[in-house]
Design a protein around this ligand. Structure first.
Ligand SMILES: [Zn+2]
Length: 298
């Protein structure tokens, strides 16, 4: 599922390929991909020029300027689980699950939105609507200051893993980078944000920044369907330290990586590098730690 680095990669690609170009025509092939009325969506974008792009967490917005200098519209893009945005020649064969086509300039090229699982959404909104949507999100995980980060952790009792993924606390992290940041900071996923020491909180803050910066530099991680604007997968996967490595050797200490289900999501961690604190967050439902019998090379 695309997280901040993947969305940032799409933003950069779109900036390189679509900035300054005019949206000539919008074809909605599957109205379910649009939040709101599909005809209004198309009409509110046609004839407008891509003026700038912005992102908060995993939400991406394309600012569309009116030719008559009226108020701008924004194309808000949420990639969901499997959403892909690519720029293609207009005559390139159409892949299945292509739900929206935005033809550009003279119509030779187009932006395509493809989404097999259909959790992604496109929406055309006003500046006020966009501000309200962005306003509900916590600070962007790449821009948050250490003081803001620490303040948001204070007094929180749930699992730190869930806190990291809570978009109202910190916008941009999902399962992959939350697991990776906890490993880098050597903190157990069930630790409670409000009980983490100042030293550990600082380590976590730095780990979040580091993992996001490196993943952005590698054009993100490709699991399932994520691709960049040119249709290329990300390069970060070989650098993952714990995510989906259950049973494999920790790259630091050779202990087998474990998987723990927290709030219905898998958490991957090293039991030696990320020791369980005396007091952990209470989990609802059955508690299970899964081990596989895969052999670990010495
Ligand atoms: Zn380890």
């Amino acid at each position: 599922m695309p997280e901040l680095p993947e969305v940032e990669t799409v933003l950069r690609g779109l900036r390189a390929r679509a900035l300054g170009r005019r949206v000539r025509e919008v074809e909605v092939r599957h109205p379910g991909a649009i939040a709101g009325n599909a005809e209004d969506f198309a009409r509110n974008m046609e004839g407008r020029v891509v003026q700038s792009l912005e992102r908060k967490g995993k939400a991406l917005a394309v600012k569309l300027a009116a030719e008559d200098h009226g108020p701008p519209h924004y194309l808000l893009i949420r990639l969901g689980m499997t959403g892909q945005l690519t720029v293609n020649p207009a005559d390139a064969p159409l892949e299945t699950h292509t739900h929206v086509r935005l033809s550009l300039d003279d119509g030779n090229e187009e932006v395509r939105f493809r989404d097999p699982r259909r959790f992604g959404r496109l929406r055309c909104c006003t500046q006020t609507e966009l501000e309200a949507i962005f306003g509900k999100l916590g600070p962007d995980a790449q821009l948050i200051t250490e003081a803001q980060f620490r303040a948001a952790m204070r007094g929180r009792k749930g699992a730190l893993k869930s806190w990291l993924m809570n978009q109202q606390m910190l916008a941009g992290l999902g399962n992959i980078y939350a697991d990776e940041a906890l490993f880098i900071a050597r903190i157990h996923p069930l630790a409670q944000p409000g009980r983490v020491s100042a030293e550990k909180a600082r380590a976590l803050y730095k780990a979040v920044k580091r993992v996001l910066d490196r993943a952005v530099a590698s054009q993100g991680t490709s699991f399932s369907d994520y691709v960049d604007i040119e249709g290329q997968p990300g390069n970060y996967s070989p650098r993952l330290r714990v995510y989906q490595r259950t049973g494999e050797a920790c790259r630091r200490c050779k202990q087998a990586i474990r998987r723990l289900v927290i709030a219905g999501r898998s958490s991957h961690f090293c039991p030696r590098c990320q020791p369980r604190p005396r007091q952990v967050a209470r989990m609802r439902g059955p508690r299970k730690t899964l081990r596989t019998k895969k052999r670990i090379p010495a």
